[in-house]
Design a protein around this ligand. Structure first.
Ligand SMILES: Nc1ncnc2c1ncn2[C@@H]1O[C@H](COP(=O)(O)OP(=O)(O)OP(=O)(O)O)[C@@H](O)[C@H]1O
Ligand code: SF4
Ligand SMILES: [Mg+2]
Length: 465
């Protein structure tokens, strides 16, 4: 995909048609018989001080994309520019200099730190290697300073990784990534292995550090709620390719690609009484060894039609910065048959799209007026966007910046009491809202007794998939 027109500054990172294939070898001669097309032609930009979220199902190529981007894996093809310099063509010496600016935080805080090294060794190693600071004392002071920045005690420099909790280890991983004053960090599932409350602390820490050091992130994660909280824009990947890319709120408000719509519909709802259409994707994720022809999603797409199994979709920019790789939005292939559009998990909000193919707005309007029940369930004001994770994240942020004052250890009696009273208030609010909902439910059941058809209509809406 091309760069977002919504951004004015020059991109920090530009990725063009990046590919990473892993060869599959067989026999005693180790002949290459096939290749795993883990990343198959992805393009995007990351701007200064921006977080680009990268989401998609397990195995879709997120980690491979992140590592190839930093040349921790050698790309098979494509171009990667950092401040206009092509990283792919950089030699070892140039790459070593570039490495300072491009860092990664790994997914697993348990295996990403060398168990035989102290924290000082782990964080100080790169500082020493790049000659940023000279002399043992100066390096130790720098490491202590970094530990403080990520909310850990400076005295931990002599400890080993096994002496820390998962959240603390991830903070050490963040300190290590920060040690060389980078400009860009790939955060590969940086919080996925942590408890929800620790996730919130680490995400808030990443946001604070971004502000302080003017960092850009590629934030890779499964969890859309967290990605939404941290990202400015989001790219959705499926089987090695980018299906949709848009500003964060645009994506949640008006996802266009059927795959994105399905992913969004899977976000758990805090209130089970809230009705949204959950899309169950049928069939298994195809193998990246032999990806489907045409649109890679066609074997599972509820709207799949004529050209989908044969023609690879173009990436269409439907509005500034909102790009989607789907025939539905392509002037040439867009279907005029309303039944194809009716199979979409959610009808697009035409008022939010600048460049719909001719005739499509009319089809969608017609479908919308024909089916008022669907309209009520449409995504524009859909409560799906009220995610369960950002609430604790915001609560954490308000709770007083634990990161700045000493990590998990700083949690003393008082914060616990505050938490307890907050919890009481919350549960009171929940009780209140339960009472309201109970009375609503009662009114509804009385209405149903008077009009049984009402009940049937509501059940139908519930089971739509
Ligand atoms: N070294 C490798 N050799 C061969 N195939 C690989 C290798 N690394 C990854 N793959 C394959 O490439 C595809 C993409 O893997 P990748 O780890 O990038 O996915 P992911 O999106 O990060 O998944 P997850 O969300 O589970 O971390 C998978 O099919 C995986 O099996
Ligand atoms: S191109 Fe066809 S199969 Fe692919 S997402 Fe669009 S409608 Fe579905
Ligand atoms: Mg991964």
């Amino acid at each position: 995909m091309t760069s977002s027109a919504a951004h004015t500054p020059e991109p920090l990172i530009e990725v063009r048609e990046l590919k990473k294939y892993f060869p599959v070898k067989k026999g005693i001669l180790n002949r290459v018989v096939n290749s795993v097309k883990a990343v198959d032609g992805i393009s995007f930009d990351v701007y200064p001080n921006e977080t680009l979220g990268l989401v998609g199902e397990s195995g879709c190529g997120k980690t491979t994309a992140g590592r190839s981007l930093l040349r921790l894996l050698e790309p098979t093809d494509g171009e990667i520019y950092f401040r206009g310099k092509n990283i792919v063509q950089a030699n070892t010496k140039e790459m070593r200099a570039l490495r300072r600016h491009l860092q990664i935080i790994f997914q697993d805080p348990y295996s990403s730190l060398n168990p035989r090294m102290t924290v000082e060794g782990i964080i100080g190693e790169a500082i020493k290697f790049h000659g940023l600071v000279r002399g043992e004392d100066a390096i130790r002071r720098r490491v202590q300073d970094l530990l403080e920045r990520v909310g850990l005690q400076p005295s931990y420099v002599t400890r080993y990784p096994h002496e820390f909790s998962g959240g603390q280890r991830q903070r050490i991983g963040i300190a290590r990534a920060l040690a060389l004053n980078p400009d860009f960090i790939v955060c590969d599932e940086a919080v996925s292995a942590l408890d929800v409350s620790v996730q919130a602390q680490v995400v808030n820490l990443l946001l604070d550090l971004q502000e302080e050091f003017n960092l850009s992130y590629l934030f890779i994660a499964h969890d859309l709620a967290i990605v939404r909280h941290i990202s400015d824009r989001i790219a959705v990947m499926y089987l090695g390719q980018i299906m949709e890319l848009a500003e964060c709120e645009t994506l949640f408000d008006n996802a266009l690609h059927p795959y994105t719509q399905a992913l969004l519909s899977a976000i758990p709802q805090p209130n089970p009484r809230r009705k949204i259409d959950r899309v169950i994707l049928e069939g298994d994720v195809p193998s990246p060894l032999n990806p489907p022809s045409g649109c890679r999603f066609h074997t599972r797409c509820p709207a799949s039609y004529g050209p989908c199994s044969e023609v690879v979709p173009n990436t269409v920019e439907v509005s500034p910065g909102h790009q989607v790789a789907c025939h539905l939005y392509d002037d040439y292939y867009s279907p005029k048959d309303p039944s194809v559009w009716a199979r979409l998990p959610r009808l697009p909000r035409v008022d939010a799209i600048a460049a719909l193919p001719p005739g499509v707005a009319e089809i969608i309007e017609e479908l919308t007026t024909d089916d008022p029940v669907e309209l009520e369930e449409a995504p524009s004001d859909d409560p799906v966007v009220e995610d369960p994770v950002s609430e604790p994240l915001e609560a954490e942020a308000q709770a007083g910046g634990e990161e700045a004052t000493g990590g998990e250890e700083a949690t003393g009696e008082e914060p616990l009491q505050e938490e307890a009273s907050e919890t009481n208030e919350e549960s009171q609010q929940e009780e209140d809202s339960d009472v309201e909902e109970d009375s609503e439910a009662k009114e509804e059941s009385e209405a149903e007794e008077k009009d049984p058809a009402r009940s049937v209509a509501s059940e139908d809406t519930d089971t739509t998939t």
